[in-house]
Design a protein around this ligand. Structure first.
Ligand SMILES: *Cc1c(COP(=O)(O)O)cnc(C)c1O
Length: 350
């Protein structure tokens, strides 16, 4: 039996993605070769790259003047690539969780970093609201969905500076006004594909303004110029990403995905809120993520936690026990992909 994957990431993928990837591992596009061994310079793989880039643009309504890249190194590589390429003097960062903290640490290697607000003292249980971004910041960086803590900013903030966002765990879950951003990045393994590729959407005009030398592989311009084919790209994750992008389009695009995710999250939060056994960990309901639903057992029922996890295991649920970072309170979680996966199953039944 296929399990319900509640891990925050890597997350469940659509059966469409997994089946088509498995088929291409045996025979890729009628080439008589596996996608694992085919040349990335072949016309068949070029077609995969072109369609994947075009679908990212279509699904997120990316305006003219932006490039879509498929890079290696994970979202964590972007923590240094972003300041390497964009930080001239000063950047502003919002500290809302582990990933934001990691991004801040890397940015400090390249210039002044103004952490405009942080919810660290409250174990990242909310998103800070009252802060100002200095007008002379080169960009304002924030994490749209804090995967481990279950908080989310489901909007594109109005700032007096360009935005850079880590959308690793909520990309394609809502329409985004890309024109407000200089750069958006997302590691694939949360909402798109197996680990190994990261999507970057970058405003071409934002590049080339820093004085420091940038190593070739870490310079976005290298990859813009070569269409993400400067070196061998992560062929297999890109192939899988294309399958998921097609599947998202077939489901009706990001507006439809948002409706589905909102409905599923509401069911979960309603169940948690109406139960005496569970409580949500996010303090302000406005900050609640519809991607990662984090909850704990109430103090009264705390000693039943192991029983609860054992019970969910009998129902084919794996990964519901939360991330180890969320100590001291052991937390439970449900993730977007668990939810989206079950939507697919009902979709298939219709
Ligand atoms: C998982 C995650 C990362 C780290 O991604 P890697 O690809 O493992 O480097 C960064 N940011 C967010 C929001 C994440 O959820």
């Amino acid at each position: 039996m296929k399990k319900h994957n509640f891990y925050a990431g890597p997350s469940i993928l659509s059966q469409y993605t997994i089946k088509n990837t498995a088929d291409a591992i045996l025979d890729f596009a009628g080439t008589g070769l596996s996608v694992l061994e085919v040349s990335h310079r072949s016309k068949e793989f070029q077609a995969v790259m072109d369609e994947a880039m075009a679908l990212v643009k279509e699904l997120l309504d990316v305006p003219q003047g932006y490039s879509v890249l498929f890079l290696g190194g994970g979202a964590s590589m972007q923590f240094c690539m972003v300041p390497f390429n964009l930080l001239r003097k000063k950047a502003a960062y919002l500290e809302t969780g582990t990933w934001a903290t990691n991004a801040i640490k890397e940015a400090r290697l390249f210039g002044e970093v103004d952490v405009v607000a942080s919810s660290k003292d409250a174990n990242f249980t909310f998103i800070p609201k009252d802060y100002t971004v200095p007008a002379d910041a080169d960009y304002f960086h924030f994490t749209t969905n804090n995967t481990i803590y279950g908080t989310e900013m489901r909007f594109d903030p109005d700032m007096n500076t360009r935005l850079v966002a880590d959308m690793s765990s909520d990309i394609f879950s809502r329409p985004v006004d890309v024109s407000k951003y200089d750069l958006i990045y997302a590691g694939a393994q949360k909402n798109l594909a197996p680990a190994g590729v990261t999507i970057v959407i970058v405003r071409d005009e934002a590049l080339g303004h820093v004085d420091r030398p940038i190593p070739t592989m870490l310079d976005y311009r290298t990859h813009v110029k070569k269409g993400s084919m400067f070196n061998t790209p992560p062929v297999l994750p890109i192939y899988s990403a294309l399958q998921t992008l097609r599947y998202y389009k077939e489901l009706g695009g990001v507006k439809e995905l948002e409706k589905m995710d909102l409905a599923k999250a509401a069911r979960l939060y309603d169940a948690i809120d109406s139960s005496r056994m569970f409580e949500g960990t996010v303090t302000d309901p406005a900050d609640r993520s519809i991607m990662n639903v984090c909850f704990v057992m109430t103090p009264e029922y705390k000693e039943l936690e192991k029983d609860f996890i054992d019970f969910t295991a009998t129902k084919g649920i794996v990964g519901i026990k939360g991330h180890r970072s969320r100590v001291p309170r052991i937390a439970l979680q449900c993730t977007a992909y668990g939810k989206r996966g079950s939507a697919r199953r009902s979709h298939e039944r219709i």
